[in-house]
Design a protein around this ligand. Structure first.
Ligand SMILES: *[C@@H]1O[C@H](CO)[C@@H](O)[C@H](O)[C@H]1NC(C)=O
Ligand SMILES: *[C@@H]1O[C@H](CO)[C@@H](O)[C@H](O)[C@H]1NC(C)=O
Ligand SMILES: *[C@@H]1O[C@H](CO)[C@@H](O)[C@H](O)[C@H]1NC(C)=O
Ligand SMILES: *[C@@H]1O[C@H](CO)[C@@H](O)[C@H](O)[C@H]1NC(C)=O
Ligand SMILES: *[C@@H]1O[C@H](CO)[C@@H](O)[C@H](O)[C@H]1NC(C)=O
Ligand SMILES: *[C@@H]1O[C@H](CO)[C@@H](O)[C@H](O)[C@H]1NC(C)=O
Ligand SMILES: *[C@@H]1O[C@H](CO)[C@@H](O)[C@H](O)[C@H]1NC(C)=O
Ligand SMILES: *[C@@H]1O[C@H](CO)[C@@H](O)[C@H](O)[C@H]1NC(C)=O
Ligand SMILES: *[C@@H]1O[C@H](CO)[C@@H](O)[C@H](O)[C@H]1NC(C)=O
Ligand SMILES: *[C@@H]1O[C@H](CO)[C@@H](O)[C@H](O)[C@H]1NC(C)=O
Ligand SMILES: *[C@@H]1O[C@H](CO)[C@@H](O)[C@H](O)[C@H]1NC(C)=O
Ligand SMILES: *[C@@H]1O[C@H](CO)[C@@H](O)[C@H](O)[C@H]1NC(C)=O
Length: 517
């Protein structure tokens, strides 16, 4: 392409003779390394001899003449009896040439100024500080300061300009100077300065142009640490998928999963897409408390290794072991998931048959889950069909956990009767106390204290906020409930195994039944 352009120009320059002042002077531009022919204007056929001089004929010797004097330099030759032809132009050929036409009476002098244009060549682009990628592209760090320098050699001095082609934006001209170097500085490199930078050097004489394009990418590391999580595999509920994501960097980081304990282990087969890597694990690899680590590295932060770890965890749930429902009323059974990775699925089962049947939201049953709390609401409790064991089952790919909840369905109690009884007992207690006190007198105070200590019996009341709500609805006063529970004797400690998994909602109240002072 350049060569063809060049050949075309050579033709143009060979003929491109500018008329000088008085018609005796012309300007010819030759290209270094190429040929040029200087014609002796108006040399007539009648000319006897044509002589050529380098410089002024008065001072310079004859270079050569048409009558047989050969030039010392073989690059010079006479063409068409009058024209001077120079092959392989050199910078030192840039001179003023004179041709002398010797006629039978007068001589004609014709002056030709030859300019030799060379280049531009040795065009060089430097963008610093940058790193070169295998494909020749440069990359720089975001926020850096970059010096863009373009140099080129030409005779005469070139015009050098920088152009910027941002990816996906219109072309921009940055700077243009007449000189052999053009440099500029960009501060705070940002991704919008990513693109192709082109330096063009143009020879003002020949119009020849050379360009260099350099692709520059602006890299930046992810701003935070990688994030890891586990999900139940979409392909099989027995498998899990380990996700590791490290967003916000350019280019995307490289990530891999590895077994945390087994340091000799290889990378786990995984598929990565952009800033995320997903490893799909077989059920055989899923053990409780097994840990996997995702390691990430970014091209800008080779030495700083980022990682995140996930641990596979069996599900763990807590729930009330026993619940009561009054006939015709509603009861809420809750089950709280406190551990499990991947997150476990909670289902409610009734263990009246084998296999146990899952309870779904139909009719009097309503199953719902908010966050990690699953609730089963049974409306219009019936003693015959609803009393018995319910199972809260939490299951993930690693394990399974079940809890049994026993539901009793009882008749609503006669609140009035209980209140009356309590009031009577209280009155009796106060009477007895005052009786003893008056009888014994203040001197026997220690005795009274002894008596009170012995009479004191701690009654534990297991009270659930749900119960309270149900009762508050029916009686309008939660205080009745406590009284009722105490009188009814339903409040019991859960068995030892349940006590460990006592939900936080259950409040344990210690009531002193003895007389108060
Ligand atoms: C060259 O010749 C042309 C006509 O052929 C004439 O007009 C012109 O003046 C001549 N130039 C010189 C320098 O003699
Ligand atoms: C050169 O000169 C010779 C005679 O000396 C003549 O025959 C020939 O035609 C001339 N050539 C040109 C191109 O004028
Ligand atoms: C050639 O002539 C021009 C004027 O016509 C002059 O400016 C220039 O210096 C001369 N060049 C040389 C090499 O003598
Ligand atoms: C010079 O040219 C003229 C015509 O232009 C001619 O008459 C004359 O004879 C020539 N002289 C010689 C010596 O050839
Ligand atoms: C050069 O390599 C980088 C990184 O691999 C890539 O982003 C860029 O597109 C490549 N450039 C070209 C011109 O292929
Ligand atoms: C850019 O670097 C070049 C050399 O590579 C230097 O000549 C030029 O002065 C620098 N430009 C600035 C503005 O520092
Ligand atoms: C470079 O030189 C040319 C010709 O001498 C001139 O027209 C142009 O304005 C100059 N450019 C700069 C940037 O100096
Ligand atoms: C630079 O130019 C090449 C070729 O035209 C193109 O493939 C590449 O995407 C450009 N790079 C940028 C960053 O725009
Ligand atoms: C990793 O996955 C590829 C493609 O799915 C498979 O060809 C290769 O055998 C797997 N390697 C291991 C160690 O599982
Ligand atoms: C799952 O594990 C079994 C036995 O360990 C193996 O045969 C099978 O190829 C594994 N499947 C995948 C998808 O890794
Ligand atoms: C649910 O439990 C998991 C642990 O199994 C925990 O990571 C998550 O933060 C909990 N979610 C809520 C909303 O409490
Ligand atoms: C239901 O669970 C209880 C408590 O574990 C158990 O005793 C009973 O046998 C179970 N009933 C059935 C039908 O499995």
């Amino acid at each position: 392409m350049a060569r063809r352009l060049f050949a075309g120009l050579r033709f143009v320059f060979a003929l491109c003779v500018f008329e000088g002042a008085a018609g005796t002077e012309t300007l010819v531009i030759g290209i270094a390394g190429r040929d040029v022919t200087l014609t002796c204007q108006n040399a007539s056929q009648r000319a006897l001899v044509v002589e050529w001089f380098q410089g002024d004929p008065d001072t310079a010797p004859v270079l050569f003449s048409s009558d047989g004097k050969l030039p010392e330099d073989a690059r010079f030759s006479l063409v068409g009896n009058a024209s001077l032809h120079i092959t392989g132009l050199r910078p030192q050929d840039e001179r003023n040439y004179t041709c002398k036409e010797v006629l039978n009476e007068t001589d004609h002098l014709h002056r030709i100024q030859l300019l030799v244009a060379s280049g531009p060549d040795r065009i060089d682009v430097h963008i610093q500080p940058t790193t070169v990628l295998p494909n020749g592209t440069f990359y720089a760090k975001r926020h850096g300061i970059l010096n863009f320098t373009c140099t080129a050699i030409s005779q005469p001095v070139p015009t050098i300009k920088w152009d910027f082609d941002p990816s996906g934006s219109p072309h921009e001209l940055f700077t243009e100077v007449n000189g052999s170097q053009n440099s500029f500085i960009l501060h705070q490199m940002s991704p919008r300065y990513q693109g192709n930078y082109t330096c063009s050097a143009k020879n003002p004489l020949s119009g020849f142009q050379e360009t260099r394009t350099q692709e520059l990418l602006v890299y930046y590391p992810p701003p935070s640490l990688p994030q890891c999580w586990v999900e139940t595999s979409t392909e099989s509920s027995r498998g899990v998928q380990l996700f590791c994501q490290w967003p916000g960097g350019y280019p995307h980081p490289s990530l891999y999963w590895r077994d945390k304990e087994d340091l000799s282990s290889k990378e786990i087969n995984a598929t990565s897409l952009a800033d995320t890597i997903v490893a799909t694990l077989n059920s055989s690899q899923l053990l409780h408390e097994k840990e996997f680590t995702c390691h990430g590295s970014h091209v800008l932060e080779q030495e700083a290794k980022a990682s995140c770890t996930v641990q596979l965890v069996d599900p763990m749930i807590i729930s009330d072991p026993v619940r009561n429902c009054f006939i015709g009323r509603a009861v809420t059974l809750t089950c709280l998931l406190i551990a499990g990775n991947p997150p476990a699925r909670i289902t409610w089962l009734r263990n009246i048959s084998q296999p146990e049947t899952e309870i779904r939201s139909t009719g009097r049953f309503h199953v719902s889950q908010v966050g990690n709390v699953s609730t089963l609401i049974i409306q219009n409790c019936s003693h015959s069909t609803d009393e018995g064991y319910y199972v809260c089952k939490a299951e993930n790919s690693v394990g399974l956990r079940e809890m049994y909840i026993h539901l009793t369905v009882t008749e609503p109690v006669n609140i009035g009767g209980i209140v009356g009884t309590i009031v009577v007992i209280l009155l009796l207690g106060i009477l007895v106390f005052f009786g003893v006190f008056l009888y014994a007198g203040p001197r026997f105070c220690p005795k009274g204290t002894l008596l009170r200590t012995r009479d004191t019996s701690d009654i534990l009341v297991l009270m659930d906020s749900e119960d309270e709500d149900v009762l508050a609805e029916s009686t309008g006063d939660p205080a009745w409930h406590k009284a009722m529970v105490r009188a009814n004797g339903h409040a019991t400690w859960p068995t030892e195994s349940f006590r460990a998994e006592m939900p936080s909602e259950i409040s344990l109240e210690e009531k002193e039944a003895g007389p108060t002072t």
